[in-house]
Design a protein around this ligand. Structure first.
Ligand code: FES
Length: 107
């Protein structure tokens, strides 16, 4: 189980407990968290599950592959150093305490 925190641009914070198998994207959809569209359903094609990992993160995240890297160049809000596709972040116990920030728009 991992506690994942989603921070919205307006300041709202939503914290959910997630079990594997899930992704950070799926956790948002399951819990009706606005700000994640996930139009492609999690296949790293649409870029509408864009999140910014908290700047203070020290948790081990999976490496970004070239597909995710390419898709992040086409997101509605420009990527930054902490950008990830939340559908490419599997939930494991190691992600307990992860904080992600939601962009202003996804499309
Ligand atoms: Fe489409 Fe993540 S859900 S890229």
């Amino acid at each position: 189980m991992a506690k994942i925190t989603y921070k919205h641009p307006g300041g709202t914070v939503t914290v959910v407990d997630l079990d594997a198998p899930n992704t950070v994207m799926r956790g948002a959809k399951l819990n009706n968290i606005d700000g994640i569209e996930a139009q492609c359903g999690g296949s790293a094609q649409c870029g509408t599950c864009h999140v910014f990992i908290d700047q203070d993160n020290t948790l081990p995240l999976p490496e970004m592959d070239s597909v995710e890297d390419d898709v992040l160049y086409g997101t509605a809000v420009p990527r930054c150093d902490t950008s990830r596709l939340s559908c490419q972040l599997p939930v494991t116990d190691a992600l307990d305490g992860l904080v992600v920030h939601l962009p202003e728009a996804q499309s």
